[in-house]
Design a protein around this ligand. Structure first.
Ligand code: NAD
Length: 457
């Protein structure tokens, strides 16, 4: 396979030391930023072709986030690259100790189709910032964006620094992983594929970051500001037609406020997308027929109380609300990843927790409440990767917070400094001066037990 021979260029370039100086990394990130500016129009066109994303939305959820990450990294990279001092224990004094941030080597980054630009290229920023060389694998399901990404990256970076491989993941990636040993793999996508990649990576003990999915619960307590909750739930659930790993998957609302909340949610859908979302500026399409068919099959697994209209020829599914879903149905066992919102009521927390725990380790958790105490109790009761209180999804855009899952929803985290750390190995180093070398630690040790007990306690 020709690509595998080219991969050796990534290894040689890394081994040459070219990526070590800060000046090199900064120059690459600046070149990347210029390319993204130059290709802004083409980026909007590609994202519209693949997902009907409008420029405003694309900036807010794709290239704008990428710009934010590049700018933040450029501001802080020099500091992040400095050795980090650590204390030294008594027995080793007068040594000094520090962590030396070092690139991992050649890394593979695999991206999904739902945010086909930023979910692939924000990790790339971290990988370059940390001094790695990179093979990038865009999702074949967003082909316009994948082609443009290849054009931008090959034009911007030397072939020893960044390469792109295209194609169907299941045929391309395992073959590459068999033939070439990566020093880190960063994967964003489904839990099933994540598991397959983890198994393949185990052969070489390749470290992994897995950014996976899950069923993200959204809880609305009786004391929440319902108007604000409705607006933020509709934004998080129906943006990108719900094809978002941090979308609220289903809603758990306190029984006393359910009718009012649903009324407000319906009003909000109308306010955002009008009577006919199919024609609304900014309502996205479903990525392909396979996902469309999967989502349509869910529609029969609950009682549709709003929406439900769909058109396969346009890959359109209206924002829809379902009630009375069976917790054992596929709708409630699989990640929905589309514009369908099942709604459940609860009377007390135990009842709600029992439903949530059927699908453990969600990537994201949302709770709407006016009480700090209630908020805290919810945050402590569940295992999840990331949360927002009185909000949905937008925590993803805050690059000061690490983003990542836990357990079934993934391992590792990135964004901002965490992206740099994700692709960095911190070498732990102790430096001992030669001018002081007392005999007490050296054999013969006879009679030194008391002293050693003092030094190491
Ligand atoms: P996917 O797993 O089908 O594909 C993702 C990537 O993996 C694609 O590039 C694909 O070509 C590649 N791939 C497919 N099979 C492979 C294999 N056997 N070996 C190696 N690579 C392979 O996921 P998707 O459908 O593109 O994305 C949807 C899923 O991703 C959802 O579960 C969603 O929650 C999750 N997701 C997670 C995050 C996050 O940040 N945690 C973000 C977006 C999406």
């Amino acid at each position: 396979m020709t690509h595998i021979t080219r991969l050796q260029d990534l290894r040689h370039f890394f081994d040459s030391g070219a990526t070590r100086p800060a000046a090199f990394r900064i120059a690459q990130l600046k070149a990347f930023r210029s390319s993204l500016r130059r290709y802004e129009k083409e980026i909007y066109e590609a994202l519209y072709t693949d997902l009907k994303k409008i420029p405003e939305e694309a900036w807010f959820t794709e290239n704008g986030l990428l710009m934010q990450e590049i700018n933040h990294t450029l501001r802080h990279l020099n500091g992040w690259m400095q050795p980090v001092g650590r204390r030294t224990n008594l027995v080793n004094l007068p040594s000094s100790s520090f962590l030396l941030p070092s690139p991992k080597g050649v890394v593979l980054i695999i991206g999904p189709w739902n945010f086909p630009l930023q979910l692939l290229l924000i990790p790339l920023v971290g990988a370059i910032a940390a001094g790695n060389t990179v093979l990038v694998k865009p999702s074949e399901h967003a082909p316009a964006t994948a082609a443009l990404i290849e054009k931008i990256l090959t034009e911007t970076f030397p072939p020893g620094l960044v390469q792109v491989v295209q194609g169907d993941g299941i045929t391309v990636v395992p073959a590459i992983m068999k033939a070439f040993r990566f020093d880190h793999i960063f994967y964003t996508g489904s839990t099933a594929v994540g598991r397959a990649i983890a198994k393949a990576a185990a052969d070489e003990l390749t470290p992994l970051t897995l950014e996976l999915g899950g069923k993200d619960p959204c809880v609305v307590e009786a004391d929440a500001n319902l108007k604000v909750a409705a607006r933020r739930i509709v934004l998080g659930k129906f943006s990108n037609a719900g094809q978002m790993c941090v979308s609220p998957d289903y809603l758990l609302v306190h029984a006393t406020v359910k009718d009012r909340l649903l009324q407000l949610i319906k009003e909000q859908i109308l306010a955002f997308y009008g009577e006919n979302p199919a024609e609304a500026y900014g309502y996205n399409k479903i990525i392909n027929e396979k996902n469309f068919d999967r989502l349509i099959s869910y529609l029969s697994q609950g009682k549709i109380v709003y929406g439900g209209q769909h058109d396969r020829s346009q890959l359109y599914i209206a924002p829809s609300i379902l009630e009375e879903a069976d917790p054992d149905s596929a709708l409630m066992r699989e990640e929905i990843f589309g514009p369908l919102l099942p709604v459940f009521t609860f009377h007390n927390r135990e009842e709600a927790l029992a439903l949530i725990r059927r699908n453990p380790n969600p990537l994201a958790f949302y709770v709407f409440t006016a009480s700090r105490k209630t908020e805290r109790e919810w945050l402590e009761a569940l295992s999840f990767g990331t949360a927002a209180v009185n909000n949905t999804a937008l925590q993803f855009t805050n690059h000061h917070l690490p983003f990542g899952g836990v357990g079934q929803s993934g391992m590792g985290a990135y964004h901002g400094k965490n992206s740099f750390d994700c692709f960095t190995h911190y070498k732990a180093v102790m430096r001992t001066p030669a001018w002081f070398d007392p005999a007490l630690k050296y054999p013969p040790l006879k009679g030194k037990l008391k002293l050693l007990k003092f030094l190491l306690r």
